[in-house]
Design a protein around this ligand. Structure first.
Ligand SMILES: [Zn+2]
Length: 281
């Protein structure tokens, strides 16, 4: 079945930023707070330099992104998040301090996301309609919480390569193959060096070409602390410049694609309650 992409395009490419900064480190070390200044500073590069480098690149291309921001980052670095909004990009939820949903009870999930939505709304003037779970870690309890918050879409699951419905939310799916972390994430001591920019550019160009051939979505995910370095931003600009000009490819924000799916998508609805487990006797 051919998916009816916006504008009659053959495929879609979404460009998304997970604006994590040091929040995953702070969550991971919450019970034994240390002072690993090396990793903290590496992550803060995204807030000081990486985000601006990526925003300039997107201005050059006339490209709009969806930026998933932990509430704590919004609270701590309001100027950077306001600049993202001022330049026309979508702001969406990404936990409070990057806590994976499976680590929280239902009321904690609700409380952290209300607080994060309040922080984003204070900057954008509107409630966020999108959610991406930290580390793409998901559990069933989060769906009713997202409904209560008026969230329309999630972008954390990998069950399809075009938008579909999960428990009434539009799922705009992701893919580890088009996340920058498996290529570039390196915090010292890892078993392999980070991939080079031609490696990522070649891999992602193949993903975009395959999306055009098969009529699918290519969801690109980058982290300003990882991909905001000059050589990496230059590789992204070289990769994306021809895609922006390609009329066979649409490049909506995730919110725009979710809204399009509500009107024109012919996907199927996956109900989490109906997913069974095999019986063992
Ligand atoms: Zn994240």
């Amino acid at each position: 079945m051919t998916y009816p992409w916006p504008g009659g395009a053959r495929a879609a490419v979404c460009f998304t930023l997970d604006f994590d900064g040091e929040s995953p480190y702070l969550w991971r070390t919450r019970n034994n707070p240390g002072d690993a200044v090396g990793e903290l500073e590496q992550r803060r590069y995204g807030l000081r330099r990486g985000i601006m480098n990526l925003l300039s690149m997107m201005d050059n291309l006339g490209l709009r992104a969806t930026v998933f921001v932990p509430g704590w980052i919004t609270d701590r670095y309001p100027d950077q998040v306001a600049e993202v909004h001022r330049r026309g990009h979508e702001l969406a939820l990404h936990g409070w301090c990057h806590e994976p949903p499976t680590t929280l009870a239902r009321d904690e999930l609700h409380r952290t996301l209300v607080r994060a939505a309040d922080a984003l709304s204070a900057i954008s003037g509107e409630r966020p309609t999108g959610y991406r779970s930290p580390s793409w870690d998901m559990n069933a309890a989060i769906f009713p919480v997202l409904h209560e918050l008026g969230v329309d879409y999630d972008s954390s699951l990998m069950g399809d390569d075009r938008p579909y419905l999960v428990d009434g939310l539009v799922e705009v799916p992701v893919d580890w193959a088009t996340d920058d972390a498996p290529y570039y994430r390196y915090v010292g001591g890892d078993p392999r060096p980070p991939a080079t920019t031609p490696t990522l550019r070649g891999g992602w160009a193949a993903e975009i070409a395959a999306a055009k051939q098969h009529g699918t979505l290519c969801m690109l995910t980058v982290h300003p602390w990882i991909s905001g370095r000059p050589a990496r931003v230059a590789a992204l600009e070289a990769l994306l410049a021809p895609v922006v000009e390609d009329h066979a490819v649409c490049m909506p924000t995730v919110r725009e694609l979710a809204e399009h799916h509500r009107k024109h998508g012919e996907g199927y609805d996956v109900s989490l309650e109906r997913l069974g487990r095999p019986e063992h006797d």
